[in-house]
Design a protein around this ligand. Structure first.
Ligand code: HEM
Length: 150
């Protein structure tokens, strides 16, 4: 399904995620956004499961954690606004090219992010929610990678 970049993006902009799944994601994203504990968990899990990624990031993660949490939340909310979503995602992807982020990194971060979200939300995060988070992340990652090749 996710082999062809523009095809996937068209699916988002035309159809989005199923309405009920999207509504749950938005609600969960609202709560995760600005939740310091969540971003701390995310980076802890990331560097525990993927220690090879640690040197890519600044030593002091203070600002990075907050910016990631904000941007991720903003992009999830922006899924309902295809134009804004594309613009924002592409710009973020271009910057990530400068940070040395390549195609091989995106899936690694997705898996960790879904684990961190599920751990943080507990029982409230159902199997369907995890699947929806994974899809939402892929939609973001595809647009970011489009920005990186612009
Ligand atoms: C949903 C996907 C992602 C989002 C929303 C996101 C968000 C952000 C944000 C907001 C920043 C702060 C700087 C800026 O705005 O340009 C940042 C920096 C960074 N991100 Fe991401 N990111 C994502 C995926 C990734 C992936 C897959 C990697 C790969 C390891 C990564 C590695 C980095 C690095 C190395 C920095 C730069 C740190 C620095 O030198 O200051 N990010 N990210």
């Amino acid at each position: 399904m996710r082999t062809e970049v523009s095809g996937v993006t068209d699916q988002v902009t035309r159809y989005g995620l199923p309405g009920a799944a999207m509504a749950r994601l938005r609600e969960q994203a609202r709560r995760l956004r600005g939740d310091h504990e969540f971003v701390v968990t995310f980076y802890d899990v990331l560097f525990t499961l993927r220690p090879e990624l640690r040197p890519m990031f600044p030593e002091d993660l203070g600002a990075q954690r907050a910016r990631f949490g904000d941007e991720f939340g903003t992009l999830v909310q922006a899924l309902g606004d295809p134009e804004g979503f594309e613009q924002r995602g592409r710009a973020l992807g271009r910057r990530h090219l400068e940070y040395g982020v390549g195609a091989e990194h995106y899936a690694k971060v997705r898996d960790v992010l879904v684990i961190a979200i599920a751990a943080h939300l507990g029982e409230e995060c159902t199997a369907e929610d995890r699947e929806a988070w994974s899809t939402a992340y892929d939609l973001i990652a595809v647009v970011m990678q489009k920005g990186a090749v612009d």
